[in-house]
Design a protein around this ligand. Structure first.
Ligand code: 5GP
Ligand code: ZN
Length: 114
């Protein structure tokens, strides 16, 4: 998966502003933030989309959720609130085909989802 940008970030080949890391998950600031807090949470193993999360990979998704709670605390938005988003395929707006969760916060987010 040498051509996958998020695999390369997970491998340390491309720098990122790391927010949190454990054995299975990496979280880092989005390079083009859409809100004052905009963190991407990825599994270290390559999973292309949320449609590729089968029973065996469900632990990766659980680890991403656990990491999201930790990132929310680290960024100080656990009380004010935040939004978790996973885009899937073209109409969902997925651009990078390595599973990732956006954590957005630090301002009042609008209700519009498009
Ligand atoms: P998607 O649209 O696939 O859900 O989101 C991809 C996200 O990855 C975008 O918000 C984009 O700004 C971010 N991104 C793309 N390339 C890089 C990069 O090299 N470093 C970081 N930190 N974020 C990236
Ligand atoms: Zn990848």
């Amino acid at each position: 998966m040498e051509e996958c940008i998020f695999c390369r970030i997970a491998a340390g080949e491309i720098p990122c502003r790391k927010v949190y890391e454990d054995d299975s998950v990496l979280a880092f600031d989005d390079i083009q933030p859409m809100a004052p807090v905009h963190v991407l949470i990825i599994p270290k193993v390559h999973v292309a989309t949320v449609m590729d999360v089968d029973a065996a990979r469900m632990a990766n998704l659980a680890a991403m959720m656990e990491a999201a709670q930790k990132v929310a605390i680290l960024k100080g938005v656990e009380q004010s609130g935040f939004r978790l988003v996973i885009n899937c395929h073209r109409e969902g707006g997925q651009v990078i085909f390595h599973l990732h969760m956006h954590l957005l916060g630090g301002q009042q987010l609008r209700n519009a989802l498009n």
